[in-house]
Design a binder for this molecule. Structure first.
Ligand code: NAG
Ligand code: NAG
Ligand code: NAG
Ligand code: NAG
Length: 506
């Protein structure tokens, strides 16, 4: 529009006239720059496509070559899609093939925790053993079926752990079965406890026709430093998409020869994957559990991400006081089954009249603080554990809060006791109070100790809840505000309002 355009000011016009000689220079200069850029681009193209074996090719030939290699890749991808006629259907459990590593000597024992999460005829996969089990062995009913690793692994060198080679090759053994409809290979240990529904929801967010390497790192800095921050730790488990598995298997044996000096199988796999140009897609729901002592603090402050796996449970205190390892896993699993996406999900709430703060890790524990603690503190795990390797006080790959010795500095703890489904849409979970070893004698603590049970009601989370931008849910202390009768604190966990905030101030 004309009226928007300002007429040239007299100064500007004058300036133009005075610039005549410089204009000529600038035309020469511009041509030079153009020439420079053109030659730069052709040198760039030439070096990019220079093939030392062919003795050098023209950029046009290089482009042709590039086009035909893209066409080849597309054809390979199309071929993979043809093999699975339902390639575009949503990913479900049947598309995952678990490749677990075990040992014929320990499987009877390890199969117990496996049977908690394995569902025969629904979960697909095998536990790979070095040899057949003794005839009198008796793995837990409803645990994963076993297979013996193909014996080629014995020819590879190793410097510290011999089984590591065999375990790395479980991807080769699993891929070699050529089972139909497999989109993801999920590697794990015989003692890894998976939460398969959550793993399916997570993997459904990724295109299985692309190359993905998805897993989690260690909790202990000493472990991450020693192995790698870029590596998926094998005990927490990791997922490899079909095309990546295909390329990995093609190259793995050569990698195993070269990387014989590594400690673990997961490190060998990682080192090989790095050479394929694929990096780790980290996810916070995989738990290697490289910690010692009590995992309580960590699981009571889980990040906002679906729980995918737990490992090393036998190496720590049982998750629930008064229950052994297996019973503890079963207790947690009861809540998981009732509302898979919600298990261990954090939620915080306040009673602004009594000055109480509540921190929830759904399906596991509730913490009650008889004072106002900000969310950014509540979400930091209490350090109830030590590092994996050296049993040190840290550092960890996340922040921690100290736990005492002042009994007034730690919360009143409630642990999951009962799970009740309401139809298919809701749940009631009941948490009962633990007796603290040392009691805090302050009046606000004594008042809060009158709560003996916490009952949480919530609506079952949609499976795709965590594929959206993650937002914590809100908690209402239903009978708070001094209206609590009896010994039960009732809490409703629900989606927050769009503009709702959770804060120590009302
Ligand atoms: C999983 O998806 C496949 C299609 O790829 C379908 O045939 C099968 O019925 C689905 N299984 C379940 C349990 O939904
Ligand atoms: C699994 O399938 C087999 C064969 O169809 C059947 O015999 C077996 O009872 C099934 N197991 C369970 C636990 O459903
Ligand atoms: C497991 O396999 C190894 C290697 O063949 C063997 O030495 C061991 O005796 C086997 N253990 C059992 C319980 O079969
Ligand atoms: C809660 O905290 C506020 C501000 O510190 C204080 O004024 C109030 O008396 C406290 N209420 C109770 C019940 O402790």
């Amino acid at each position: 529009m004309i009226h928007n355009r300002l007429p040239p000011t007299p100064t500007a016009t004058k300036h133009k006239a005075d610039d005549k000689p410089f204009q000529f220079i600038s035309i020469v200069g511009k041509s030079l720059i153009l020439l420079f850029i053109l030659s730069f681009i052709s040198i760039g193209l030439y070096t990019a496509f220079y093939d030392p074996k062919s003795g050098g090719i023209t950029p046009t030939a290089a482009l042709h070559r590039l086009h035909s290699s893209i066409a080849r890749n597309n054809a390979a991808a199309a071929d993979h899609r043809r093999r699975d006629p339902n390639n575009n259907s949503p990913t479900n459990l049947s598309h995952l093939l678990f490749a677990l590593s075990g040992s014929n000597d320990t499987w009877d024992d390890r199969s117990k925790s496996n049977s908690v999460w394995w569902s025969p005829n629904r979960t697909r996969g095998f536990v790979w053993l070095e040899d057949v089990q003794r005839p009198d062995s008796s793995p837990a009913p409803n645990s994963a079926p076993t297979r013996v690793s193909s014996p080629e692994w014995t020819r590879f060198g190793f410097s510290s752990s011999r089984p590591a080679v065999r375990i790395a090759r479980t991807i080769t053994d699993s891929f070699g079965l050529k089972l139909p409809g497999v989109r993801w290979f999920v590697m794990g240990d015989d003692d890894t406890v998976f939460f398969p529904e959550n793993l399916v929801s997570l993997l459904a967010n990724y295109d299985h026709n692309e190359m993905w390497y998805i897993g989690g790192n260690s909790e202990s800095v000493e472990q991450a430093v020693m192995h790698s921050y870029e590596m998926a730790f094998g005990g927490g488990g990791f997922a490899i998409s079909y095309p990546l598995a295909e390329l990995l298997v093609e190259n793995l044996d050569r990698c195993l020869e070269r990387f014989h000096y590594f400690y673990g199988s997961d490190q060998r796999i990682w080192a090989c994957i790095t050479e394929l140009g694929v990096g780790l897609t980290p996810h916070r729901g995989f738990h290697q559990m490289d910690i010692r002592g009590s995992a309580y603090g960590l699981l009571a402050a889980h990040p906002m991400a679906p729980l995918i796996s737990l490992h090393h449970l036998g190496a720590m205190d049982p998750l629930f006081p008064g229950q052994d390892h297996l019973a503890s896993v079963r207790t947690l699993y009861r809540a998981y089954k009732a509302d898979p996406a919600r298990i261990l999900q954090p939620s915080y709430g306040y009673d602004h009249h009594l000055n109480w703060s509540v921190s929830i890790s759904w399906g596991y524990t509730v913490q009650l603080y008889p004072n106002l603690v900000a969310v950014h503190d509540l979400q930091v795990p209490l350090q109830t554990f030590k590092t994996w390797r050296t049993f040190s006080e840290g550092p960890f790959t996340f922040n921690t809060r100290p736990t005492g010795p002042d009994p007034c500095s730690i919360p009143i703890v409630f642990m999951l006791d009962k799970v009740q489904s309401i139809g298919t849409w809701g749940t009631l979970t009941v948490y009962k109070r633990m007796e603290p070893a040392v009691k805090c004698r302050r009046p606000n603590f004594i008042r809060a100790m009158s709560v003996h049970r916490v009952v949480i009601s919530s609506v079952v989370m949609e499976p795709d809840y965590w594929s959206k931008a993650p937002r914590r849910q809100c908690s209402d202390l239903v009978n708070g505000g001094g209206r609590m009768r009896g010994e039960t604190l009732q809490i409703r966990v629900r989606r927050c309002g769009d503009r709702e905030i959770v804060s120590t101030v009302e």
